[in-house]
Design a protein around this ligand. Structure first.
Ligand code: AMP
Ligand code: MG
Length: 346
């Protein structure tokens, strides 16, 4: 299949009537799948009501069929069509953070195909704020099922180029709306428990959620090896660069030692660091910076693109700095830890 590429300026007026958005929306209505930018990462969208369309998403990504998708909507009316109930706490979260990088798990009405929910009785819903995503949903009039637009296991795409690299020839088209903003995926909140549970840390921090609804629990399956995560997707290998990656909490002096040891073994070594420390590793073959330590938002923004760049550099091993888990740091450390398959070097 030839993958069409549309370039759309997210700041243009009246995007809903943009001919390129209209063309992409028409393809979605016909059951084709399309990648589009959101404020978190690029999504791979299909018509959430058509089973065949949703199947195409799983096939293009190579995604395990037990891993449900997030349904993207543009209005609260669409939310009410998909779930049976929005409880008062969920409503507070909606009012505070939608449109934005937060996904709510709510009881499903069965209005979307069961391939979206992987047969669960709940459904994950998000209202994105990116103007292109909103315009595409409104132009199609559809709830759009959309996971991140990467091959399963790869880092999520933050540019149209990343999508093209993974999915060229496998999907009907890509709307290129430039680099995404937040850079990590949405926070997934299970609204069916009391207190509510964070199933995946993301663009909205636990601190932000707690300000609006009080205490929120973290799914113990996220950190405890003896418990299965409640979001089926969190149990899979993810974001992994081709090289073996290690997290090094002790920081730059320890990383320097590790680099020298590896160089003695004639291996090609990469370091994932931040702007503040970019000159601290003269012996490494490849030093890539991921934002500024002093501003974790910039680290989240660059993270997935940097993980992808290491693949192009053909390193054997990557040592990475670690970050505080405050605020968006929790999502950063979750993604890094998955990229490193849990490997930590003291
Ligand atoms: P992705 O679409 O790749 O960003 O991932 C969406 C995440 O939400 C995955 O970890 C899914 O397993 C999770 N998810 C989607 N729907 C549900 C649901 N109904 N209950 C629990 N987790 C869900
Ligand atoms: Mg994903």
């Amino acid at each position: 299949m030839k993958t069409k590429l549309w370039k759309v300026d997210p700041e243009a007026e009246d995007l809903v009537n943009d001919p390129q958005i209209r063309e992409a929306a028409a393809l979605l209505e016909r059951g084709e799948i399309i990648a589009f930018p959101t404020e978190t990462v690029y999504g791979l969208g299909g018509n959430a009501k058509i089973r065949d369309s949703v199947r195409k998403i799983y096939a293009a990504k190579g995604r395990p069929s037990d891993n449900p998708l997030i349904v993207h909507v543009a209005t609260e009316e669409q939310v009410r069509e998909i779930c049976t109930e929005i409880n008062p706490m969920a409503k507070k979260l909606i009012d505070a953070f939608w449109p934005g990088p937060m996904t709510l798990v709510l009881p499903s009405r069965g209005a979307v195909t069961d391939t979206v929910t992987a047969g669960l009785s709940t459904v994950a819903i998000r209202m994105p704020s990116h103007p292109v995503a909103r315009a595409l949903i409104l132009a199609s009039g559809l709830p759009i099922a959309a996971p991140s637009a990467n091959s399963s296991g790869h880092p999520s795409p933050t540019t149209a180029g990343h999508v093209l690299h993974d999915l060229n020839g496998k999907i009907a088209g890509i709307i290129d709306g430039g680099e995404t903003g937040v850079g990590v995926e949405s926070t997934v909140v299970d609204c069916t428990t009391t207190p509510m549970t964070i199933l995946r840390p993301g663009g909205i921090s636990r601190e932000q959620l707690a300000e609006v609804i009080g205490p929120v629990t973290d799914d113990p399956g996220l950190t405890r090896p003896d418990q299965t995560p409640k979001a089926p997707g969190m149990k899979y290998k993810h974001y992994a660069p081709e090289a073996t990656m290690y997290l090094v909490p002790k920081g730059k002096d320890r990383i320097r030692e590790l680099v020298v040891n590896q160089k003695n073994e004639h291996r090609r070594v990469g370091v994932l660091t931040t702007l503040e420390n970019k000159d601290a590793f003269p012996d490494a073959d490849v030093v890539l910076t991921c934002g500024r330590r002093s501003d974790p938002v910039t680290v989240a923004h660059d993270l997935f693109a940097v993980l992808r760049r290491f693949d192009a550099e053909n390193v054997n091993v990557i040592y990475s700095e670690t970050f505080s888990e405050a605020g968006i740091g929790k999502a950063i450390m979750n993604r890094l830890s998955k990229a490193a398959a849990g490997r930590v070097l003291e």
